[in-house]
Design a protein around this ligand. Sequence first.
Ligand code: NAP
Length: 527
Amino acid sequence: MLAIMTSKTELLSNYVSGQWISGKGAGTALRDPVLGTELVRVDASGLDLAAAFAFARHKGGAALRALTYAQRAALLGAAVKVLQANRDSYYEISTANSGTVKNDTAVDVDGGIYTLGTYAKMGESLGDRHFMPEGEPARLAKDPLFQSQHMLTPTRGLALFINAFNFPSWGLWEKAAPALLSGVPVIVKPATTTAWLTQRMVQDVVDAGIFPAGAISVICGSSAGLMDQLEAFDVVSFTGSAETAAIIRSHPAVTKKSVRVNIEADSVNSALLMPNEAAGSDAIDLLVKEVAREMTVKSGQKCTAIRRIFVPEICYDAVAQALSARLTKTTVGNPRNETVRMGAVVNQEQLNSVRDGLAYLKAQTSVLHDGNTHALIDADASKACCVGPTLLGTRDAAGSDAADRIHNTEVFGPVATLVPYRNNDLNHALQLIRRGEGSLVASVYSSDPVALAQVVPELSDSHGRVHVISPDVAALQTGHGNVMPQSLHGGPGRAGGGEELGGLRALNFYHRRSAIQASTAVLSQLQ
Ligand code: NAP
């Protein structure tokens, strides 16, 4: 738990009802996870939430809906410029509050700005309209005079974002970009631990006067009362743990008012090496590189990170050795030191959770690479929330069947498990992968394009994204864990059942679909 502080660090303001307002309490301290120092405080107590939501819904919504898609796209483009101009300060906040090295900060900060920029460009193509016809008209009778045309209209409510701690920038913009482009005002509630970066980015965009009043609000601190404000045409997009997701889903706003909800929860993602890869093949090499990168980027605090690595039994030892050799080179410690490649996890609570998760998995696995062998660089181990990368393994195919914990436990840190399947038995690998009960992403590695194409439909029913790696795309591929705005993000089952991004598909969540039944003369006016 974060301590309630009475010291004099800055108390960050909330932006609601078109004003910057401080909470009435002393606030919750945000800390540097490497040095342990207090940075700023956040507090949302005493805010008039009913007024804040009404202001966003009515004032912000009306102003946004008065603009066309192309005009709103131009506003996103202007916000990109502001964020780019202030990028250095975001890197500083991220280093201090998230404990990330520069490359990991880029995933969040630059990833967020890139996503916003991509929607600014895509939005231009929607032109000067206020709603979108969907598909072709369908005749309802023999005479084609009376037809049915589906239409997407921006919802006349607001979008509440409740975000996870690991992406304070990307998590804001990947949701705000499609919402604002759709003409829907947003209220973002960042995770308390890393709320500073979200708050600063909103502040910069608000200060630049880009969006109409009420289009974007930020509430930092407790989530208490937020869901209670939601009304029938609002939507809520949640990213975080499965436990909190269950609370959101069962809230009366969702169960009684049908507030539309999107859930992005945890996920035990997979990497699969196809059968029949000879020792030293390009495909094995690509798998090893990708897994080592995925385990260590953002200290493994990515919802899309590889948690389970499926290889034929015959490859188990070779892959274990190659991975361990790569992980050994990962220098861990203070992200301000240029020689450090992996910084901290976000706070002490998260560090404890990683340690507990490791102990839980170790009861059913062996340690193939021990994170404790990584001495910390420039960091005091008694204060710094740093942990070395650990690779676990289930020894043989029978062990993979027996070990239930690896399939249902997401350790949100630099931890993955090597899981051997019976040689030449792809079905065995697929059965094991499905024990994850639905994931955000699976990546698959082989030199055989036919075998790769055949396995895709076996994975796509239980994964939001299938990342297929063959040697020909080695230099071009965008990475297992990188979420590209052009591709769908989300996954079925335990991954939350949500869908985000995927190009203009993301706008569907913020629109209402209606069937318009009318004469062709009327329908032609709607085109
Ligand atoms: P979390 O503890 O569930 O918190 C997520 C958000 O929910 C925070 O903003 C939190 O606020 C808020 N919250 C907590 N209790 C709430 C309640 N009763 N009602 C409404 N909101 C409430 O998750 P986290 O620890 O920040 O994030 C880590 C998890 O997120 C991991 O499991 C990871 O896999 C998942 N994740 C998934 C994705 C994805 O896209 N699928 C992306 C990133 C992370 P406070 O911070 O103030 O408590």
